[in-house]
Design a protein around this ligand. Structure first.
Ligand code: PEP
Ligand code: MN
Length: 336
């Protein structure tokens, strides 16, 4: 149960808490979006919401059976619009984020940025801290990579998203990027989620590769409850038995998550498939399925990429993808 209160006095909030307590329920109180919201914790199936609606200061009461509250559609029926600079996720536009897996050098990132911008990308991506399966693989240029991201982002006038992997690095990463990415491996790194909840930056929250949709939304709930409501979800493929693809891009998760949450949901067909040939068809499918954007890896010379070259588009492939995307977007009433 979620109880919305309109500018209540402390006494009115106290009365609500006492009544919940009498019903055997615990509660948490949030100040969010200019409202006071009380979420009830515990089994509340037989509690009569009307008994709470009658209390002073209560605006409305919503019964929700889902464990996630603030991110749920019951909490907010209309889509959240998440802004990153001038880019808006969750509206009519389908923003495309593009760039290399990792920042390798100023030249590599600047060239990619110029080419993807010319083809229609509205935001850049690039990893400076790379969470690699092997400790012997390239780990990223770290702060030097962040400096390159910032410089190029300013030069081409496109905002940039980059992954943060460690709660101790959040402050540093925030100095350079426009949006923080939480990667699949860290979706349930609760210390990191709590840290970015205090950051003054929007968050791109990727789905854990073995996470259920509910676990993914609960991860978003951690961020929102902690005070950061600028969250964009990203379906990036889950682990299945299929070895031909790196992951299985779970496109049903896109409309399903959008039904459950008011947050925008985008797709990552690069990590979702692991194969560059599949990136364009799955981008088109994602947008047809209602995705609020895509994030794709592009490298000026994929065979020389230090990471994820096999799933990176060439700038030419990317341009073709963008052309095809505008037709699909128009069919589903969106703009790219
Ligand atoms: C990435 O975007 O570079 C990345 C590592 O993604 P994921 O966390 O989805 O594997
Ligand atoms: Mn990658």
């Amino acid at each position: 149960m979620i109880i919305f209160m309109q500018m209540p006095t402390p006494g009115q909030v106290q009365r609500v808490l006492e009544k919940l307590h009498q019903c055997g329920l615990d509660a948490q109180v949030w100040q969010t979006g200019g409202r006071t919201v009380v979420t009830a914790i515990g089994e509340n199936d037989d509690v009569d919401p009307e008994a709470f609606e009658r209390l002073d200061g209560v605006e409305k009461v919503v019964q929700t059976r889902t464990p996630f509250k603030l991110v749920s559609r019951s909490f907010q029926a209309e889509n959240s619009l998440i802004r990153v600079g001038e880019v808006v996720f969750g509206g009519e536009q389908v923003p495309v984020i593009a760039g290399p897996c990792a920042v390798e050098s100023y030249e590599q990132f600047a060239e990619t940025a110029r080419l993807v911008k010319a083809a229609g990308a509205v935001m850049l991506r690039g990893g400076a801290y790379k969470p690699r399966t092997s400790p012997y693989s390239f780990q990223g240029l770290e702060e030097e990579g962040l400096r390159i991201l910032r410089a190029v982002s300013d030069e081409v006038a496109l905002p940039v998203v980059s992954e943060v992997t460690d709660p101790r690095a959040v402050e540093t990463v925030c100095k350079y990027v426009d949006m923080l990415q939480i990667g699949t491996r860290n979706m349930q790194n609760f210390a990191l989620l709590k840290e970015i909840a205090h950051a003054d930056k929007p968050v791109l929250l990727k789905r854990g590769s073995s996470a259920t949709i509910e676990e993914w939304l609960m991860a978003a709930e951690y961020i929102m409850v902690g005070g950061n409501d600028a969250i964009v979800l990203c379906e990036r493929g889950i682990r299945t038995f299929e070895p031909y693809t790196r992951n299985t891009l779970d496109l049903s998760a896109v409309p399903l998550a959008k039904h459950l949450t008011h947050l925008p949901v985008i797709a990552d067909p690069s990590h979702g498939t692991g194969k560059w040939r599949l990136v364009t068809p799955m981008t088109l499918a994602a947008v047809a399925a209602g995705a609020d954007g895509v994030i794709v890896e592009v490298h000026p010379c994929p065979e020389e990429a230090v990471s994820d070259g096999f799933q990176s588009l060439t700038p030419q492939n990317f341009e073709q993808m963008m052309q095809a995307l505008s037709s699909i977007a128009a069919v589903v009433g969106r703009k790219s």
